[in-house]
Design a protein around this ligand. Structure first.
Ligand SMILES: [Ca+2]
Ligand SMILES: [Ca+2]
Length: 220
């Protein structure tokens, strides 16, 4: 063995012993699992809610109030749990009147049509203790276990017999509103429960016109 080779081997042993020639180890970079935001357990979509009509004469007669519900893009109104649809979290649909899906306002967005007992809503408005005014009715429901929707509409109300449009006066506009639904029966297309003051036949007829005439121009 040459002196040169012996020198190299001794130098190598010296480096290993002192750690100078240790194997280089890079620490493993720790990669955490993805921490993307956890979806909210109750996502709430804003619904468009239309009471038909958006007014309640509290002394007029009718069996049902129809409400149409539209949801924003990305939500399917077909998934609505109809039994949980509620007005102001207290009034639920009439279970004997099945909900319907359609496009009742012809805007290419599906609507859910739900019927409520009208007296449940008028009782709620009567409890406000006012002769006439405006109230916000809020409708809520669940689409599934994680998504709900909510929508509100301002509705007018009046306790005045003959105040068909519920604006607090009885005038020509009420007479015109009655003539536009004259002859209509409950649930027909042009039916207006706010013009049906005498419930005997649930039809808008001469007797309802007489109520308007009797109170025409009368202050409440
Ligand atoms: Ca629609
Ligand atoms: Ca009026």
């Amino acid at each position: 063995m040459s002196k040169r080779l012996v020198s190299i081997m001794m130098l190598a042993m010296l480096l290993v012993c002192t750690g100078t020639w240790a194997l280089s180890v890079h620490p493993v970079k720790q990669v955490k699992a993805s921490t993307s935001a956890t979806p909210s357990p109750y996502e709430t979509a804003t619904a468009i809610v239309n009471f038909t009509p958006p007014a309640f004469n509290l002394v007029a007669k009718g069996i049902w109030t129809t409400v149409y519900i539209e949801l924003p893009s990305g939500y399917d109104v077909n998934g609505t749990e109809v039994s949980n649809v509620a007005i102001n979290k207290t009034i639920y649909p009439d279970p004997s009147m099945p909900a319907q899906i359609g496009d009742f306002d012809h805007d290419s967005i599906p609507d859910l049509k739900v019927k409520f007992y009208r007296t449940n809503i008028t009782d709620l408005l009567l409890a406000l203790g006012q002769n006439n005014g405006t109230a916000i009715l809020t409708l809520t429901a669940r689409l599934n276990q994680t998504i709900s929707f909510e929508g509100s509409e301002a509705v007018k109300f009046s306790k005045m017999g003959g105040d068909v449009n519920c604006d607090g006066t009885i005038d020509l506009f009420d007479a015109v509103a009655t003539l536009s639904c004259y002859g209509a029966r409950e649930d027909e297309l042009n039916w207006n429960p706010n013009a049906n003051f005498l419930e005997s036949w649930n039809v808008i007829n001469l007797y309802d016109v007489i109520v308007i005439v009797a109170h025409y121009g009368q202050p409440f």
